[in-house]
Design a protein around this ligand. Structure first.
Ligand SMILES: Cc1cc2nc3c(=O)[nH]c(=O)nc-3n(C[C@H](O)[C@H](O)[C@H](O)COP(=O)(O)OP(=O)(O)OC[C@H]3O[C@@H](n4cnc5c(N)ncnc54)[C@H](O)[C@@H]3O)c2cc1C
Length: 473
C-alpha cells in the first residue's frame, strides 16, 4: 500500500520535479532559459519542471515517427511544454513533436479537420478561419499543441461544449504504438470505444498521437461585454445559462467580480482598448509586475490594494473573431492550480476559498495574503473519455487559483486549498499544479489503465509521474 509520502517520493524526478507542488528555487524565476527543448535540456513554461533526457528526437513525418518509437526503449512526447505538472520529464528519450504540425485533411462538407498532434492551436485557428470554419472551443491561450491540449483535457468557456477531449468534438485519433505501428481509432466504429475513451485524455501514456480529428463549425464573430458586479450577481446561474461563453474574476478580500460575456453576433469587428488593457496590462503588468511586486515586502497592504483596484474595472464592449476574442495574451509566469466542479457548487467552492483566505491572512504567525483574482469559468463537462476532470454534459465551473510567485507562502496556500477543494468534490486539472494523486477521484481510472497496459504492455511511454500515479492509492 502506498502512502502519500511514498507516492510523492516516487514521483521525485531528478532535482526539481515532484508530483505536484514544484520545488522552487530562486533561480526558477530568474531563469532565462527558453521554454521547451533547448539543446540537450528541457524545461516547462513555468520553470518548475526540467530534465536532461538521454536523447532528444525530432521526427518530421509519420515514417520517422514510427521508426523512432520502434527503436526507443522508453520514450515520452512533449508538446509546447505548458503543463505545470510533471507529465513530461524523462531521463530516457524525449520526443519533440513540433515538426509534425500540418493539417492533414479539412473536409468542409463533412465538417471535420484532421491535424498532426504537434500543430499549435494558434496555427490551426487561423488556418480554419481562412476556410470560414472554427473549432467549437478555444481555451484561454493558444500556444499549446493539439495533442498536448487533449492529453490533459484542456478546456475553454461555454456550457454548450466541453474540453478539446470531449467526445462530441474529438472524433478520431491516430496513435503510434510501442511496436511502431499506427492504431487508427474512429468514433464510427463501436469496437474502438474503450480505446478512444482512454486516448482522448491519454496523459501521453498510450502511444504518441500522430493525428487528431475534430469537428468544425461555421466561423463567427463574438460580441464581448465586460463589467464589474457583486459576487452574488456573478454567481447567478442565468449568467452562464444565457450566454454562449461566460467567466468572471473574483477579487480576494472584496465582494467584487469582473464579469465577461461573449455571444455570437453579426456585428463587425471593433475592439474597445479597455478590454485589452484589463487582461494584458491590468492583470499582467499592474497586478503581477507592479503592485504586488511592490507589496512583496509589505504583503499586509494587499487587501487594501485589492479593494482599491476593483474601483478601476472598466465596462467594455468589443467584437472580434471568436478565436481571437476568447484568447488572452500570455500571462506572466505564475503558479496556477485549477479545480472542476458541477456548476451548482461554484458558490460553495468560492465560500471555502474565502474561508481559507481569511484564515491565512488573519493568523498572527506567517500570515499569507491571497494576491491574485481567481478565475471562474463555466463550460460543459465531457463525454466519451475516462479521465476528463469534468464529466457529463451538465455545466461545470472551473476555478483557477493563481499566486504571485515572489510573495512567500503560496505553496502552503495551494496545499491547503487543494485539500479543501478535493473535500468539496473538486478534481484538479491534469496539466496544472497539484500534489496529491488524483487517481482516487476517477472511478474509471482502472479502465484507462487497462487500456494503457493493453496498448503499451512494456510501459514504453510511462515516466515517473505515470508510474507513481498508477501505483498510488
Ligand atoms: C499560461 C497557461 C495558460 C493555460 N490556459 C489553460 C486554459 O485556458 N484551459 C485549460 O484547460 N488549460 C490551460 N493551461 C494548461 C495547458 O493547456 C495544458 O497543460 C496542456 O496540456 C499544455 O499543452 P502542451 O502542448 O504545452 O503540452 P505539454 O505540456 O508539452 O504536454 C502535456 C502532455 O501531453 C503529452 N503529449 C504532448 N504531445 C503528445 C503527442 N503527440 N503524443 C502523445 N502525448 C503527447 C505529453 O507527454 C504530456 O503528457 C494553461 C497553461 C498555461 C501555462
Amino acid at each position: 500500500m502506498n502512502t502519500r509520502r511514498t507516492f510523492l517520493k516516487k514521483s521525485m524526478h531528478g532535482a526539481t520535479a515532484t508530483l505536484g507542488i514544484p520545488l522552487l528555487t530562486k533561480d526558477t524565476f530568474a531563469s532565462v532559459e527558453p521554454t521547451g527543448v533547448n539543446g540537450r535540456y528541457w524545461r516547462n513554461w513555468f520553470g518548475n519542471e526540467r530534465c536532461i533526457p538521454n536523447k532528444i528526437v525530432r521526427p518530421s513525418d509519420l515514417t520517422e515517427l514510427c521508426q523512432t518509437i520502434r527503436r526507443s526503449e522508453k520514450i515520452r512526447a512533449v508538446g509546447s511544454s505548458h503543463s505545470f505538472s510533471p507529465l513530461v520529464p524523462t531521463p530516457d528519450t524525449l520526443l519533440y513533436t513540433g515538426r509534425m504540425n500540418r493539417v492533414l485533411d479539412l473536409n468542409l462538407n463533412h465538417r471535420f479537420v484532421q491535424v498532426e498532434g504537434g500543430m499549435k492551436l494558434a496555427e490551426l485557428n487561423s488556418y480554419l478561419d481562412e476556410f470560414g470554419v472554427t473549432l467549437p472551443t478555444f481555451g484561454g491561450i493558444d500556444q499549446q499543441t493539439m495533442a498536448g491540449l487533449t492529453c490533459t483535457a484542456t478546456h475553454g468557456v461555454g456550457v454548450q461544449w466541453g474540453s478539446f477531449s470531449d467526445g462530441r468534438g474529438l472524433s478520431a485519433i491516430e496513435l503510434v504504438l510501442a511496436n511502431g505501428e499506427l492504431l487508427k481509432l474512429r468514433d464510427t466504429d463501436r469496437s474502438h470505444d474503450k480505446y478512444l475513451h482512454a486516448a482522448r485524455v491519454s496523459l501521453g501514456a498510450l502511444g504518441v498521437i500522430h493525428s487528431l480529428t475534430f469537428k468544425v463549425f461555421e466561423a463567427h464573430n463574438l460580441e464581448e461585454i465586460t463589467r464589474p458586479a457583486s459576487l452574488e450577481e456573478a454567481l447567478r446561474p442565468e449568467q452562464y445559462l444565457s450566454s454562449d461563453h461566460y467567466k468572471f474574476y473574483y477579487f480576494p478580500f472584496t465582494n467584487s467580480t469582473y464579469m465577461m460575456f461573449q455571444n455570437r453576433t453579426q456585428l463587425a469587428r471593433s475592439i474597445n482598448p479597455a478590454k485589452k488593457w484589463f487582461e494584458n496590462t491590468f492583470l499582467a503588468k499592474v497586478l503581477i509586475e507592479g503592485v504586488f511586486k511592490a507589496f512583496s515586502h509589505a504583503p499586509f497592504m494587499i487587501p487594501d490594494a485589492m479593494r482599491l483596484l476593483t474601483r478601476f474595472l472598466p465596462e467594455t464592449r468589443s467584437v472580434d473573431r471568436s478565436y481571437k476574442i476568447m484568447i488572452q495574451a500570455m500571462p506572466p509566469k505564475s503558479p496556477v492550480m485549477e479545480f472542476a466542479f458541477p456548476a451548482e457548487k461554484a458558490a460553495r467552492a468560492i465560500e471555502v476559498y474565502r474561508e481559507v483566505v481569511s484564515e491565512l491572512s488573519s493568523r498572527t504567525e506567517n500570515p499569507y495574503y491571497a494576491n491574485f483574482p481567481i478565475v471562474v469559468r463555466f463550460a460543459s463537462g465531457d463525454v466519451g473519455n475516462y479521465l476528463s476532470h469534468a464529466q457529463g454534459t451538465n455545466p461545470h465551473c472551473f476555478i483557477d487559483f493563481t499566486a504571485h510567485p515572489a510573495i512567500h507562502g503560496w505553496e502552503e496556500f495551494f496545499a491547503i486549498l487543494e485539500k479543501r477543494m478535493i473535500e468539496l468534490g473538486g478534481r484538479p486539472h491534469w496539466g496544472k499544479i497539484f500534489r496529491e494523486s488524483p487517481k482516487k477521484l476517477y472511478p474509471q481510472f482502472d479502465l484507462y489503465n487497462q487500456v494503457r497496459l493493453e496498448l503499451d504492455p512494456s510501459e514504453k511511454f510511462a515516466n515517473r509521474f505515470i508510474d507513481s500515479l498508477v501505483t498510488s492509492s
